[in-house]
Design a protein. Structure first.
Length: 398
C-alpha cells in the first residue's frame, strides 16, 4: 500500500466566517464580541464565544450570556463575495481544491514542492494571502489524510496553523475526545461514554466487533478506521453536491397548517430555482422538522422519476407534511427544512411524453428568467405576498 511520506492535504477554514467578515468591514467591531443574527445566532466572534455563545443558539439566550455583545444583521451578499475571493486564493495555490462549504475547503498540494515549496510553506503562504488579499483570519491543518487535516485545523483555531507529521499522527489523535471522530454526535458519544470510552485512543483499542455490536456495522467499522487514521478518500475537485435544500427557523409560537404550508411553498420555490439554475434534477424529497422540545424528525419520499418541477416537488412535500401534522399540532414545531436528494445532471434525464399540457417545466423556466432579469421578488405567489421568506444563505457554486 502506498503511504505518503509527508502530509500533503490542507484543510483551510475561516474563523467565525460571518462574524469575521463583519469585523473586517467595520473597524469598530474588531476585538469586540459580535453576534450575527438576532432571532437565532448565525455566527459569533471568538470574543462572544468566550462567553458561551454558539451558532444556532437562540438570540435571547445569547444576549443573556453576553449582554454587551454587538448584534448585527446578516449580509449574505458580503459573505458570498468574501467566499469567492477566498476560493480564488485557494485555486491559485493548487488545482486540487474540494470545497466543503463557503468558508472551508480541502487542498491537495502533493507534487508542488519544486514550484511552491513544502506543504508547510504552502500553508503559511495560504494564510498570509487570505489575510492580505481577503482580509480574513484563516486556520489551516496539514496532515496525511482529509480526516486528520480537518481535526488539526479544529485544534489550531482560531487563526492558527498545525502540521501533523506522519510519525506523530496517533500520538496527536489518540488523546483527543471521542467527539473528534467524524460521525460521533451526541447520541454516539453518549453510547461510548456510558461504557467508559472517552478518547479516540480508547476507540482504537476496542475490538472492532465490539464497536460493531455497539454502534452498528457501518458506524463501528468507520470509527475504528478513523481512530487509526485510515482515511483513503482523495480530494475531489469540482465535486457536485448530493442534495439541495433550505430551512426556516420558526420560533416557539404555534403555527397553523396554513402557515406551515406557506413556509413550505417558499422553501420549495427557492430550492427548485436553485436546482434549475445548477442544471440538476432529483428523485428524493426530504422534509426535516425540529419540534418544540428541540427533538428532530425526518420524512422522505422517492419519486419514480428525477425532476426539478416545482409543483411536483411541492405536492410531494405537502404530502410528507400532512403525515406529521398531528404530531406537529401536539408538540409544536420550531424549524422546517426541505431538501431534494439523489441529484443528477438534467442532461441525463429520461424525458417523459408530454401528456400534461398545463405548463410544467416551461412555466418554471419562464418564471426563472423573469426573476433572473428583474429580481427574485419580481414575481411571486399570492400567498407569499407580504410574508418574510427568511434569509437566503450563500452556497458554494454547484
Amino acid at each position: 500500500m502506498f503511504v505518503q511520506a509527508v502530509g500533503t492535504i490542507l484543510h483551510a477554514d475561516v474563523d467565525a466566517f460571518y462574524a469575521s467578515v463583519e469585523q473586517r468591514d467595520d473597524p469598530r467591531l474588531r476585538g469586540r464580541p459580535v453576534i450575527v443574527g438576532a432571532g437565532v445566532v448565525l455566527a459569533a466572534s471568538y470574543e462572544a464565544k468566550a462567553f458561551g455563545v454558539r451558532t444556532a443558539m437562540g438570540g435571547r439566550q445569547a444576549r443573556r450570556l453576553c449582554p454587551h455583545a454587538i448584534v448585527v444583521a446578516p449580509r449574505m451578499s458580503a459573505y458570498a463575495e468574501a467566499s469567492k475571493a477566498m476560493f480564488r486564493v485557494f485555486d491559485d495555490a493548487t488545482p486540487l481544491v474540494e470545497g466543503l462549504s463557503i468558508d472551508e475547503a480541502f487542498l491537495d498540494v502533493r507534487g508542488l514542492e519544486r514550484i511552491a515549496g513544502t506543504p508547510t510553506e504552502i500553508a503559511v503562504r495560504l494564510r498570509r494571502d487570505v489575510r492580505e488579499g481577503v482580509g480574513l483570519p484563516i486556520t489551516v491543518g496539514v496532515a496525511r489524510t482529509k480526516f486528520l487535516a480537518k481535526v488539526a485545523s479544529g485544534v489550531a483555531k482560531p487563526d492558527g496553523l498545525l502540521v501533523v507529521p506522519p510519525d506523530r499522527e496517533l500520538a496527536f489523535l489518540h488523546p483527543l475526545p471521542v467527539e473528534a471522530l467524524w460521525g460521533v454526535g451526541l447520541v454516539t458519544a453518549r453510547k461510548l461514554r456510558t461504557r467508559g470510552v472517552t478518547t479516540v485512543g480508547q476507540v482504537a483499542r476496542m475490538d472492532p466487533e465490539a464497536l460493531v455490536a455497539l454502534l452498528g456495522r457501518a458506524a463501528g467499522r468507520h470509527l475504528h478506521a478513523l481512530a487509526h487514521n485510515r482515511d483513503p478518500r482523495p480530494i475531489h475537485p469540482g465535486r457536485r453536491r448530493g442534495s439541495i435544500g433550505s430551512q426556516r427557523a420558526l420560533g416557539r409560537s404555534r403555527r397553523s397548517h396554513e402557515e406551515l404550508d406557506t413556509v413550505v411553498i417558499g422553501l420549495v420555490d427557492r430550492i427548485t430555482r436553485r436546482m434549475r439554475a445548477a442544471g440538476r434534477v432529483g428523485r428524493t424529497v426530504v422534509l426535516r422538522l425540529r419540534f418544540g422540545d428541540f427533538s428532530r424528525a425526518t420524512r422522505s419520499y422517492t419519486l419514480p422519476q428525477a425532476t426539478a418541477h416545482t409543483e411536483t416537488i411541492l405536492a410531494t412535500t405537502r404530502g410528507l407534511l400532512a403525515t406529521v401534522m398531528p404530531e406537529l399540532e401536539r408538540r409544536g414545531v420550531t424549524l422546517v427544512g426541505v431538501a431534494v436528494a439523489n441529484l443528477e445532471n438534467d442532461d441525463t434525464l429520461q424525458l417523459a411524453l408530454p401528456f400534461d399540457r398545463r405548463g410544467g417545466l416551461a412555466l418554471d423556466a419562464a418564471l426563472d428568467e423573469i426573476r433572473r432579469r428583474f429580481g427574485a421578488d419580481s414575481v411571486t405567489r399570492a400567498v407569499l405576498l407580504g410574508r418574510s421568506q427568511g434569509m437566503t444563505v450563500p452556497l458554494l457554486p454547484d
